[in-house]
Design a protein around this ligand. Structure first.
Ligand code: SF4
Ligand code: SF4
Length: 165
């Protein structure tokens, strides 16, 4: 896995122009069965992928924390929401709460998440490749293929399976 992660940014860069062009076509005319196909591709890829061997999302980027995430996680940690914010989060340039540092403070040495049951929604949904109306998150996916080897593979398989004119 280490080797795959080391090579991923360069591989994503190499595919960037091709992916951008493909996603532009996808947004213009998404295939009717896209939701079903993405579900299938996502599930097949994550049967082959062990996130515990990777954790690259938790190590290199972080989730956005919604208000509901903050309240739920603070309660779990027996902190007041404000204490949780001042200890772990800061506001980014878009005014969203994000981690003060990466790797995420909740990631342990074995790549387990210490707040797994109450983790942010964005962590539960990452890399969003089974999301409905996938054509709406292509800008995010262009970035995620450089972070997540599973997302990279899903997009490559998608280009093989869905030929767009
Ligand atoms: S979601 Fe992607 S980046 Fe995160 S641990 Fe799984 S394979 Fe790695
Ligand atoms: S909260 Fe958990 S799943 Fe989310 S980035 Fe941190 S360690 Fe990873």
């Amino acid at each position: 896995m280490m080797e795959i992660l080391e090579e991923l940014p360069a591989k994503a860069k190499e595919k960037h122009a091709e992916n951008k062009k493909y996603f532009a076509k996808l947004r213009k005319k998404p295939p009717k069965q896209l939701d079903y196909l993405m579900q299938e591709l996502h599930e097949a890829e994550f049967q082959r992928t062990d996130c515990l061997e990777c954790a690259n999302c938790c190590k290199t980027t972080g989730p956005l924390f919604t208000n509901a995430d903050i309240v739920r996680i603070a309660k779990h940690l027996r902190l007041k929401p404000q204490q949780f914010i001042s200890t772990y989060l800061h506001l980014d340039e878009d005014n969203d709460y994000v981690l003060q540092q990466v790797p995420c403070s909740f990631l342990d040495a074995d790549n387990y998440c210490s707040i797994y049951d109450v983790r942010p929604k964005a962590c539960r949904e990452f890399p969003h490749t089974n999301r409905k109306k996938f054509q709406q998150i292509t800008a995010l996916t262009l970035k995620n293929v450089a972070i997540c080897p599973a997302a990279f593979n899903i997009v490559e398989e998608m280009k093989r399976r869905v030929l767009l004119k």
